[in-house]
Design a protein around this ligand. Structure first.
Ligand SMILES: Cc1cc2nc3c(=O)[nH]c(=O)nc-3n(C[C@H](O)[C@H](O)[C@H](O)COP(=O)(O)OP(=O)(O)OC[C@H]3O[C@@H](n4cnc5c(N)ncnc54)[C@H](O)[C@@H]3O)c2cc1C
Ligand code: SF4
Length: 344
């Protein structure tokens, strides 16, 4: 049996990765302090509607986490951002706004990611036209009030999604693929068709990356059952007409021909970028110079942050990943922390 009774561990971040890490560490009997800058746990899930691959509601997953974190001994410090960790002999000191808030034998950093700021891609008109929104915006609308998608009481006639906004984009300085926006676009397109069956839904993609379990099946269902159209193409520009509809100029790159389309809503599938509230650790450069995400000491075998004994990472603070992957990485970071403390 694992017994971590004499170990004190801190988990920073209460999204899916941090929740999994805190539950696992507490289950190993470690003394757990759990921080989040927000007043409630859940991370990005708080604003999501249905989840891929099986379209469970985000609220179901959140309720499951709440049940498990309430049933086990975990000291919660919500509403406190941890900005800095300092190493002092074998102790790790946690600081918030330059004030010491705690100390620990090991820390798991699970501070997640931010959404790419779509205003940086001016050609799509986000922040200028009301009917250009991002995938997280659409997620909130679907969760709270899908009626907002109607126009003067009428169902939307057409909606387009643009893939790879702020990912795989040398101009934006982001070369990596965010891995989950293709499947998010597929899931959201299906959600739209269920609400408004007669609405024409078009996804403009570079190529579809549906890598996870159940993703390809959902992609097929989107095409065959829901008749969602997928066009391999690039949208070069969006503008608004007098009826507040969005005019798109695009190129169908399979057929090598220009396209023009007018839609009621344009949804930008924004990428995942490093969180602007990452934790500084002593004066170490612990993020990848190209992507800005935290780096593990070994990409195959370890979740210890490069060069830093006692500090581990979990979830999307290390790069784009799905909720099941974030949960698995939270559990594995807790296990590695226990092993480290036992052996040190
Ligand atoms: C539009 C969109 C839709 C998605 N839909 C799905 C889906 O349907 N299914 C799926 O599997 N995945 C989905 N994902 C991926 C999913 O969002 C991530 O897998 C998941 O949020 C990662 O969890 P996390 O705990 O690593 O990070 P987060 O959810 O980002 O949580 C990080 C937490 O850390 C806290 N934090 C940050 N900095 C600090 C600090 N300095 N101090 C204290 N606390 C801090 C934050 O407040 C937050 O609570 C989607 C992604 C996008 C972009
Ligand atoms: S997952 Fe799809 S939309 Fe997202 S960056 Fe990769 S290819 Fe583009």
């Amino acid at each position: 049996m694992l017994d971590g009774r004499e170990y004190r561990i801190t988990v920073i971040g209460a999204g899916p990765a941090g929740a999994a890490a805190a539950i696992s560490a507490a289950a190993m009997s470690m003394e757990v302090d759990w921080y989040d800058k927000e007043n409630r746990p859940g991370g990005k899930l708080n604003d999501y509607h249905q989840l891929f691959p099986d379209r469970a509601t985000a609220d179901q997953i959140l309720a499951d986490f709440d049940g498990r974190t309430d049933a086990i001994e975990i000291k919660k410090h919500f509403g406190t951002a941890v900005n800095r960790i300092e190493t002092d002999n074998r102790q790790l000191i946690l600081l918030s706004d330059n004030k010491i808030v705690g100390s620990a034998d090991a820390v798991i950093v699970a501070t997640g990611f931010d959404f790419f700021d779509a205003r940086l891609k001016e050609e799509f008109g986000y922040g200028i036209y009301d009917h250009v929104i991002t995938s997280p915006d659409l997620e909130k609308i679907l969760k709270t009030n899908p009626e907002d998608l109607r126009k003067e009481g009428a169902d939307p006639v057409s909606i387009a999604f643009v893939h790879c906004v702020g990912s795989r984009d040398q101009q934006a300085g982001i070369n990596y693929c965010s891995r989950l926006c293709c499947i998010t676009g597929i899931r959201q397109a299906i959600g739209i068709k269920e609400l408004f069956p007669s609405c024409k839904v078009v996804n403009f993609y570079i190529d579809i990356r549906a890598f996870g379990s159940g993703y390809e099946e959902l992609y097929r269902e989107a095409q065959e059952k829901y008749k969602i159209q997928f066009i391999r193409g690039r949208v070069s520009e969006a503008s608004e007409n007098q009826q507040h509809r969005i005019l798109l100029k695009a190129e169908d790159t399979l057929m090598a021909r220009p396209l023009k389309l007018t839609v009621d809503w344009l949804v930008l599938l924004v990428g995942m970028v490093p969180s602007c509230t990452q934790v500084q650790i002593d004066n170490h450069q612990c993020t990848d110079q190209e992507t800005g995400f935290y780096q593990p000491v070994n990409v195959f075998t370890g979740s210890r942050i490069a060069g830093l004994p006692g500090i581990f990472m979990a979830g999307a603070c290390g790069g784009p990943m799905s909720i099941p992957e974030a949960i698995a990485s939270g559990r594995s970071a807790a296990m590695e922390a226990w092993q480290y403390l036992k052996d040190r």
